[in-house]
Design a protein around this ligand. Structure first.
Ligand SMILES: [Zn+2]
Length: 305
């Protein structure tokens, strides 16, 4: 089986053909020449409509997913088009995006591995640079944000994460609907303003559709939830509830929890809150809705642990 056959099978490009493949300098890479299919019009990168050709630019390399230890490059002379709407602009090609040196396929490939490994390890594993991995991740995140829909969010969870040294925090907001869990938003610090930033992006109309909110007992989060989602069922995190209740009995190992929680209310602020301290049933992983309807039951917050 020839390399071009494989490429045509896994990465066919409408309007273009793979012309031939050869080894690159030192036989460390494979170079695949690409050319437009006979009679196929170039597409304007501005308005995405076919447009008459204008001229050709010098040959450009687009890096593809490495194969059998070889770096793989697609070589192509980009056409410029004379678009009626946009003037003379570079054509749009399906395998590349703007000035990115990597093909879309390779950026997606690297970004997926960068979820499993560190960016440095990803770069080492595929003989590329940290910058290229960063570029790939930025591209995929940018694409995701551009195509993100915030409709139909019914359950969210908010939590903070500590990073670097000292008390540096980020506020993370997740969608935790059944069948759809995803990170929605990241904000600096863990203040009222941090969390309010999420609702600014979300808008009042969508915020009014939220039915469940999970959080710990961090007061700024409680304040924002009360203000922005008064209609939602508020579920407090089991760990913090338990820590709050057992804190007077704690010793030095728990003193940080104790000091952090004693200044906060230990009774429900809203009658809509559910406390999860009953029983020893571990919290099942997964979305809030199944958690609510499954092992977790509302209970009296003053019953014995
Ligand atoms: Zn155009």
């Amino acid at each position: 089986m020839e390399l071009l056959t494989i490429l045509n099978h896994c990465y066919r490009q409408q309007g273009f053909i793979y012309q031939h493949a050869r080894f690159g300098p030192g036989k460390k890479s494979i170079e695949v020449a690409v050319r437009p299919r006979e009679g196929s019009a170039a597409v304007c990168s501005g308005c995405h409509h076919p447009a008459p050709g204008y001229d050709h630019l010098p040959e450009r390399c687009f890096e593809f997913i490495p194969l059998w230890g070889f770096l793989v490059f697609l070589l192509y002379r980009m056409r410029r088009v004379d678009c009626r709407n946009c003037g003379v602009v570079v054509e749009q090609v399906p395998w590349g995006d703007g000035k990115h040196q990597l093909t879309r396929a390779y950026m997606l490939f690297l970004a997926r591995w960068a979820r499993k490994l560190s960016w440095k390890e990803t770069a080492e594993a595929f003989h590329t640079s940290w910058d290229q991995v960063c570029d790939a991740v930025e591209y995929v995140v940018g694409w995701g944000l551009e195509h993100r829909t915030l409709q139909s969010i019914r359950a969210i969870g908010v939590d903070e994460i500590q990073y670097a040294k000292g008390h540096k925090y980020l506020t993370l907001v997740y969608q935790i609907d059944q069948g759809l869990t995803r990170l929605l938003w990241v904000g600096k610090e863990r203040t009222i303003e941090s969390f309010q930033g999420f609702f600014t992006v979300l808008g009042e109309q969508l915020a009014a559709q939220i039915e469940f909110v999970c959080s710990d007992m961090w007061q700024p989060y409680l304040d924002v939830i009360r203000q922005k989602c008064p209609q939602a069922l508020h579920i407090l995190d089991r760990f913090h509830i338990v820590a709050n209740r057992i804190s007077p009995l704690s010793r030095s190992s728990d003193c940080e929890i104790y000091s952090a929680t004693t200044s906060r209310p230990s009774v429900p602020i809203s009658s809509k809150k559910i406390f999860s301290t009953s029983g020893n049933t571990p919290r099942p992983p997964g979305p809030a809705c199944s958690w609510i309807s499954g092992a977790m039951k509302p209970c009296d917050p003053v019953s014995s642990p």
